[in-house]
Design a binder for this molecule. Structure first.
Ligand SMILES: [Ca+2]
Length: 310
């Protein structure tokens, strides 16, 4: 069901009972377990959500979910059965509320003390989108832009346009969408935190005090600030052939790397490749983070949050 908080609306569903696009999760993401993040609680019984979500449809899940949730509104708590049984109520009641503009612009604007889970946000100038908000790690308010795990269901070898608008399962493994990441990160000054679970299940992190992604016409070039953390500064290597900071984003069908070859086509998923990588997180079958884990990281999580003013 949709339930509303004071500043953000959380989309609750139970991974054991769901059958739709957000219903593919059968077990908690390992980082959720490691970080003791509670899973969302209640089932969502919308008919649209119950439609089968085959692998070929996975890439449509986030936009579909977003299109459903765009019709919900901040300040409302709408039982799921009401959506199924009363289209008149659906349309007449919510028409006015669509005009409201009070969605949080990112997860940092969700009320302090709110649980981690799936929320609707609306970055400036963009339609509402569905994201997972991590509210338990180092003060909370983190917008999850990527999650992956060793035994992921998704291949990550997707096209430019699929990466642009996101794919996967917002409850488990997903890419939020390069365009949406760009739109969120241009609103304020952001920082990024990469959380890596290595092959021995140790949790390491790498934080960069600045994070932005240029617009699409500039190739979604990545901009990172200064590193701190325990995982190693693998995104900003001294070696130009495998660094990622200041690189354009590449996918198998849009080669913008610095190699004569096509890194994304050879390596799997889209990423900010040079020639080619020291970090490979968008990959099925074991991720890489510098020397910490080379093809055998168990899981990854990429979080962004406005940088504190100092
Ligand atoms: Ca190339």
């Amino acid at each position: 069901m949709f339930s509303a908080g004071q500043k953000g609306t959380r989309f609750d569903s139970h991974p054991q009972e769901k059958g739709g696009c957000v219903g593919q999760t059968r077990s908690p993401h390992p980082l959720q377990r490691a970080l003791q993040v509670p899973l969302p609680l209640r089932p969502h019984s919308s008919a649209r959500q119950r439609e089968p979500c085959a692998a070929a449809m996975v890439t449509q899940c986030l936009p579909l979910l977003a299109s459903v949730l765009v019709l919900a509104a901040p300040g409302l708590s709408v039982p799921a059965q009401a959506q199924n049984t009363s289209k008149k109520t659906f349309s007449s009641t919510w028409t006015n509320t669509l005009k409201k503009d009070s969605w949080p612009k990112d997860c940092s604007e969700i009320s302090a003390g709110s649980p981690s889970g799936v929320y609707v946000i609306q970055p400036s100038g963009l339609h509402p989108i569905v994201v997972y908000c991590e509210m338990n790690v180092t003060g909370g308010g983190w917008t999850v832009i990527q999650r992956n795990r060793y035994n992921t269901d998704i291949t990550w070898a997707e096209s430019w346009s699929t990466y642009k608008y996101g794919f996967g399962n917002v409850h488990s493994d997903y890419w939020l969408g390069t365009e949406y990441i760009h739109q969120i990160a241009k609103q304020k000054v952001y920082r990024v935190r990469f959380v890596i679970q290595d092959a021995s299940n140790n949790i390491r992190f790498a934080e960069y005090n600045l994070f932005s992604v240029d617009n699409e016409s500039q190739g979604y070039r990545l901009r990172l600030g200064s590193y701190s953390g325990t995982a190693g500064d693998a995104m900003d290597s001294d070696n130009p052939s495998n660094m990622h900071n200041n690189m354009k984003f590449s996918t198998k069908d849009r080669d913008q790397d610095t190699s004569r070859k096509n890194c994304a086509s050879r390596s799997g998923g889209g990423w900010w490749y040079s020639a080619c990588y020291s970090v490979r997180l968008n990959f099925k079958g074991g991720m890489t983070w510098g020397s910490l884990c080379q093809g055998d990281c168990n899981s990854s999580l990429i979080l962004i949050r406005p940088a504190p003013y100092t």
